[in-house]
Design a protein. Structure first.
Lengths: 110, 139
């Protein structure tokens, strides 16, 4: 998994590249720690380069969302592959997350 | 076509085990969406077997048995644990469970596979998927 962070005005974007599974989830959690510790208010997780997520990956994203909400921040997901998006639909996590088609869309009207 | 192998209770060995089945399916030109579902379900079943069944005891193996015909694949995963009552897993899609960090593995298997059954003891699950595209034929 490769993770990079960038800034677009006041929105922090975390680009994830690779599978989010039981072995790689801790890496994503760790990368997110810095964002949460800085109490970043507007966070976009860009999943454009993610073609596979398992239940551990879903759980880690839920954990990240809870953490962001705990200090009053907002977290959005962007650019989900159709199969990955279907997992959010099946598990009803789509009700919990704000999901956008593109990173650009996710950064607007935060 | 049948395949049978054991893996130790080590989460780092899951990828290798799953790849054995996925490479086989890709070689047979299985549909990519089916392949995604089978990969995910096998991985979830192995995680549960290692974590909750064998409780990470690396001396205990997990058995994987796979049988494949032209339109379906069945995979069994068996651990050496005491067994588990899968009917007691809370529904992760209920409003009050959405923020819970676990409990989605078996739920996903139920949804992505066409059949799922457990042995009486609860330490072996068998999941079956009917394939969108027949395999064993060149496309």
């Amino acid at each position: 998994m490769k993770i990079s962070q960038k800034q677009n005005n006041d929105v922090t974007i975390l680009d994830i590249n690779g599978d989010i599974d039981i072995n790689s989830s801790p890496e994503m959690r760790e990368a997110f720690e810095n964002i949460a510790n800085a109490k970043t208010m507007k966070v976009v997780i860009n999943l454009n380069e993610v073609s596979y997520v398992d239940s551990s990956g879903l759980a880690t994203l839920v954990e990240m969302l809870k953490k962001t909400r705990s200090y009053g921040g907002k977290m959005r997901l962007a650019s989900l592959a159709p199969k990955v998006k279907s997992l959010f639909e099946i598990t009803k996590l789509e009700k919990l997350f704000d999901i956008f088609d593109t990173e650009e869309d996710a950064g607007v009207n935060f | 076509m049948n395949k049978k192998f054991f893996i130790p209770s080590d989460l780092k060995r899951i990828r290798q085990a799953v790849d054995e089945i996925i490479i086989l399916l890709r070689g047979l030109h299985a549909d990519e969406s089916d392949t995604f579902d089978i990969r995910l379900c096998l991985e979830e079943a192995l995680i549960n077997a290692i974590k909750y069944g064998n409780k990470f005891d690396k001396n205990l193996d997990v058995l994987v048995e796979c049988s494949c015909s032209e339109n379906k694949i069945s995979i069994s995963v068996q651990d050496k644990g005491k067994g588990f009552d899968y009917s007691k897993i809370p529904d992760p899609t209920k409003e009050e469970n959405l923020l819970v960090g676990h409990g989605r593995g078996v739920f996903l298997i139920k949804h992505l596979m066409d059949e799922l059954r457990f042995n009486e003891k609860g330490n072996r699950l068998t999941m079956t998927k009917y394939l969108k595209r027949k395999i064993f034929k060149r496309v």
